[in-house]
Structures are given as structure tokens and as C-alpha cells.
Design a protein around this ligand. Structure first.
Ligand code: TEU
Ligand code: CA
Length: 555
């Protein structure tokens, strides 16, 4: 059945770094409102906002202190209502971030649990007695150290946090917790949201009772991911949430789901799935070592990248629509992660954009991606704010790496690569703020910024506009949305090519190398739908592709 969100393009906003309207150095909701026309022109239909709820911002808002309030640093509830209304006027939808695996330790529920661990709110969390000074299990939190932390004021008790200690996990086994969460979702949906992006959701089901797993590092602990493999039964929670909160509103929901098993795909994103869609993280995870960032692969080769995206496409098939990304607020910049340094140029940036954008699924654009923003090249840990990067730096040092090597790893993968302010123009602070930005602006803003690309017809930004426009053309729309995916000439190294077939036959291909090449075509070419260079050279059923050339052909 066709759904309203099938043919949409989503744009992710990380509000803190998007645009600052009042000079305090922090991006805000009025700043987003002032850029709506820019986003509309880009071709974005749905805007996903990373969290703007009241929060101590220990994990930049992924630690919520009040689900019914906007943090004053981001604006007011009136600003939020205004954003929803202004978006609507432009036929755009707003998605909020639903962060309900955990809340902030400053949330009233946790405060009450601390006051009275035996009372109603104690059961909103996982609070355990300390027995012989031991933790109930040896799981390592995502941000380092044990998942157990002493409950403030209770030296005999500890609480569970799979992420930071300022993010206590909510006890989803407790029906009262679920009702509170569902009430909040409905409250937001009533405001006219398009839906939600759903944070860290696979973590809500724990393997109980708590138990140790074999250690996977010398710290004697084991990753949470290992435990999740054994935690069956999440479907009950997710099904209940979909039925009570999402289906009645026809919401668009996209789950942050990792490591789903192949036989679960239909439950997650099939016709009546828990979510409308979920992200493809195969390429973001590829080459990441269990030992940490320092042991991981910094840049994927074209073949690595191709293998990942093709595998996901074939795994999902026609079961539903996966959400395709090259970056987000947790990842380094896509153009640095998936293009080798020697290949990185305007044409290869367009090529990468084109390759992921026309895969079967929903394309997501992360702020700054449309102008090709790059990693920061951090030269000191002082430039880094992110808790996860600070932990990974320590992990590298503990594993015996030098400070220089640890910094190199932190810099390559830091989530702050994606969180440096959006580069709007060549003015001070790249036009992001008139004050002092909360995180340093990337010094490359004189070369990479929105203003200069807006007036340049061959800029990356102009190319993104062509891509969104092409996906929306009446004639080709259904083929791009519903057409089946098939790899083309998969064994040709550094060629990333695939067909999309529905009413039309479309061939998408990019030559991700510094040499030209000839490729045999699957049929006679009727139309060139997109090209990142000046000419397309076709002769006798063969196309000659220049270095980094990308084309979309109808045949
Ligand atoms: O991320 C969940 C997650 O498991 C990882 O992507 C994690 O951020 C990464 O391993 C750390 O380097 C989500 C959010 O996207 C992230 O920003 C939050 O920090 C996290 O949940 C906690 O809410
Ligand atoms: Ca501000």
C-alpha cells in the first residue's frame, strides 16, 4: 500500500550546530525557522530534529530531563509550535527524536527514584542492591566503563545505564513506564508532528536476570551488543508502541536499529511493521573493530562501500523501505569516510551523493552534507566536546597507543566531525553565530559554504537540488521509489553501478577511480537523467566513463 512518506526526502538537523539566531553560540529553533526556505529549495520534505527537549546536554540532548518541555537554549514551546506551523505552510513535516531507552538523571522520575528507591519510581529504572561490592553483571557501557553506577546517596545500591551515567535506563518491563512513554508520544503527535526518529531503540529489551558474559577486552567486561543478541522479546514492546502511538496517526517513524536478524526485517519495516523504516548502518559499522576506534578502518575503499550497500539492498529486497545515509550526528563526514583521500574532489563527492541517493529506500541528508562538509582534523583533544570521543581516546591509550595515535583515531571517528557548525558563508564563524560558537568552526569554511554554492550552478549543493528534483519528477518517481534494485557489473572494481526497474529501466553508475573506463550498457540509452560532468560518451552500446564520472541513464 502506498504511504505519504514513501517518496519523501528527509533532512537531519542537529539544532545545536545548525544556525544561531541570538548570538549565544548555540543553534536554536528560531534559527531553523529562518532557514526553512533554504531547506525547501533544496528539496527536503521532512525535517528530523535531533533532541531539543529540556536537558542538561551531557550527551547533547540525548539525555532528556523533561519530555514535555523545550530546553531554553534551543527556544520555547511557542518556537516549536511555530516551527511545526511554518513547516506545514511549506508542505514540510517535522520529526522529533524519541529518546526513551533512557532519560536524564535530572529527570523528575530519577530524582524521585533516588529519594525513595523502594517507591513507585524506583521501579521506573533498574536499581539493584550491591552484593559483596559486586556489580550485577560485567557489561561495558557504550561510552566506557561499567553500565552500573552507585545510586546517589545509597552506597548499597546501583543503577543501570547502557550509555553515560547521566542516562539511566528506563525499565520497559514496567507497564507504567510504557504508558508514560506512549502518553508523551501521543501528546507530540497531537501537535501535528510527522513522526519520530527513534533513538537507540534496540536497547530497551535487556537479557534478564543480569548475568556476566565472557570478557571481550582486557578490562574484563563485555559489550552491550553481546547481551542484546540474547535479549528476546522486544517485539512485544515495539508492537504495542506502534499500535497505540504510531498507526493511529499514520506517523512516519524511523528506527535506529543495529544488527537486526534477517528474519526480523519484516517485523520491523514490513507492511504493518513496528516502524515505517530503519537506517542502513552496514557501511557505518564496516571495519569498526570491537577493540575500539584505534583498531578500526578509517576510510573504506570503493569496493568495501559497494559491498555494504549492495548487501543491505539485497537483504531488504521489497520488504520495505530502508533509510539510506552517508553520515549523521554520530559519524564522521561521509565524503571522508567513503572516499579515499587521493580520490576526494568535487566530482567524487557528487558521485558518492548520487550512488546512495538513488538506492531503493528513503534518502536522508545530514546538515552540511549538501555542501560537502569535511572532517575537522582535530589537532588536540581540547577541541573535542563529545563524551564518546573522550572515552575512545582513553581506550586507545590503555591499549598502549601513543598520544599521537590515540588522537588520530579520535579525530578520524569523532562524532564532533559532524557537529562542527554549519558553514553558511565566508563571514566570521562561517555565519553560524555572531557570538562564540559552542564548538569550533571548521577552518575550511572559506572554501566550503552555502552562500558560494548557492550561486554556483556546478556546486555540490546545486547537484543535490538536481537529485531531489529528479526523484520527484512525475515520470520517474515510481521507479525511484518502488523500482527493484539489481547490481550491475558488480565485479568491476571501483565501479558502483545498479539498475532500478519498475515502469522505467534506469541505470545508476559511478566510476570511483582516477582512470577512465568503458562499460557495456544493458540496452539502448533513451535519456540521460543526470550527469556530474559535461558530456556522456556512448558508442556501440558502450559508455566511456571519465574519472569520477557519475551518470543516471534511462534505457
Ligand atoms: O546512538 C546509539 C548508538 O548506539 C551509537 O550510535 C553510539 O552513539 C555510538 O556508538 C557512540 O560512538 C544514539 C544517538 O544517535 C547518539 O547520539 C546518542 O549518544 C545515543 O543514542 C544515546 O542516546
Ligand atoms: Ca542561540
Amino acid at each position: 500500500m502506498k504511504k505519504w512518506w514513501h517518496d519523501k526526502v528527509v533532512y537531519q538537523i542537529y539544532p545545536k550546530s545548525f544556525y544561531d539566531s541570538n548570538g549565544d553560540g548555540i543553534g536554536d529553533i528560531p534559527g531553523i525557522i529562518s532557514k526553512l526556505d533554504y531547506l525547501k529549495e533544496l528539496g527536503a520534505d521532512i525535517l528530523w530534529l535531533s533532541p531539543v527537549y529540556k536537558s542538561p546536554l551531557a550527551d547533547q540532548g540525548y539525555d532528556i530531563a523533561d519530555y514535555y518541555a523545550i530546553d531554553p537554549r534551543f527556544g520555547t514551546m511557542k518556537d516549536m509550535d511555530c516551527l511545526i506551523a511554518e513547516a506545514k505552510k511549506r508542505d514540510m513535516y517535522i520529526l522529533m527524536d524519541l529518546v526513551v531507552n533512557h532519560c536524564s538523571d535530572e529527570h523528575e522520575w530519577f530524582q524521585k527514584a533516588v529519594q525513595d528507591p523502594e517507591g513507585k519510581y524506583g521501579n521506573f529504572f533498574y536499581i539493584e542492591d550491591k552484593k559483596d561490592d559486586r556489580t550485577p553483571c560485567n557489561w561495558r557501557s557504550y561510552f566506557g566503563g561499567s553500565v552500573w553506577e552507585e545510586l546517589p546517596g545509597h552506597s548499597d545500591k546501583q543503577y543501570l545505564h547502557l550509555f553515560h551515567k547521566k542516562q539511566p535506563d528506563l525499565n520497559w518491563e514496567n507497564p507504567e513506564v510504557r504508558e508514560e512513554v506512549f502518553k508523551n508520544i501521543r501528546w507530540w503527535m497531537e501537535k501535528g508532528l510527522g513522526g519520530f526518529r527513534i533513538d537507540a531503540i534496540i536497547n530497551i529489551k535487556k537479557k534478564l536476570p543480569f548475568q556476566d558474559y565472557p570478557a571481550d577486552r582486557s578490562d574484563g567486561m563485555c559489550s552491550v551488543e553481546r547481551m542484546l543478541e540474547d535479549a528476546d522479546g522486544i517485539g512485544k514492546f515495539l508492537g504495542e508502541m506502534a499500535e497505540k502511538c504510531f498507526h493511529p496517526y499514520d506517523a512516519f517513524t524511523v528506527g535506529e536499529v543495529f544488527n537486526e536478524k534477517e528474519d526480523e526485517i519484516c517485523d520491523f519495516i514490513g507492511e504493518n511493521g513496528y516502524f515505517s523504516s530503519m537506517f542502513d548502518f552496514e557501511e557505518t559499522c564496516y571495519g569498526k573493530s570491537e577493540d575500539g576506534w584505534y583498531a578500526s578502518k578509517y576510510v573504506l575503499t570503493p569496493e568495501d562501500y559497494k559491498k555494504c550497500i549492495f548487501h543491505t539492498q539485497q537483504k531488504i529486497g521489497e520488504t520495505g523501505l530502508i533509510s539510506n545515509i552517508i553520515e549523521n550526528h554520530d559519524e564522521p563526514r561521509g565524503v571522508c569516510h567513503y572516499i579515499l583521500p587521493e580520490d576526494r574532489c568535487l566530482d567524487s563527492k557528487k558521485l558518492l551523493a548520487g550512488v546512495y541517493f538513488f538506492l531503493r529506500g528513503i534518502p536522508f541528508i545530514y546538515q552540511g552534507q549538501e555542501i560537502g562538509m569535511e572532517n575537522m582534523d582535530f589537532t588536540s583533544m581540547e577541541q573535542i566536546d563529545d563524551i564518546s570521543t573522550i572515552d575512545e581516546y582513553k581506550v586507545a591509550l590503555n591499549a598502549g597507543r601513543t598520544e599521537k595515535e590515540a588522537l588520530q583515531a579520535a579525530s578520524a571517528f569523532s562524532r564532533d566531525n559532524a557537529r562542527t557548525p554549519v558553514q553558511w558563508n565566508t563571514e566570521k564563524n562561517a555565519g553560524f553565530t555572531t557570538g562564540t560558537p559552542w564548538l569550533e568552526v571548521n577552518p575550511d569554511y572559506k572554501e566550503i559554504n552555502v552562500e558560494s554554492q548557492l550561486t554556483d550552478s556546478v556546486s555540490l549543493l546545486s547537484f543535490y537540488k538536481k537529485m531531489t528534483a529528479l526523484r520527484k519528477t512525475q515520470e520517474y518517481k515510481d521507479t525511484f521509489v518502488y523500482g527493484s534494485f539489481k547490481p550491475y557489473k558488480e565485479d568491476q572494481e571501483n565501479l558502483i553501478a545498479y539498475t532500478r526497474t519498475e515502469e522505467k529501466n534506469i541505470l545508476v553508475m559511478g566510476n570511483l577511480q582516477s582512470q577512465s573506463r568503458n562499460v557495456e550498457l544493458p540496452g539502448e540509452v533513451k535519456n540521460v537523467l543526470l550527469n556530474n560532468q559535461e558530456e556522456v560518451q556512448i558508442k556501440n552500446g558502450t559508455i566511456s566513463l571519465n574519472p569520477y564520472q557519475f551518470v543516471i541513464l534511462e534505457y
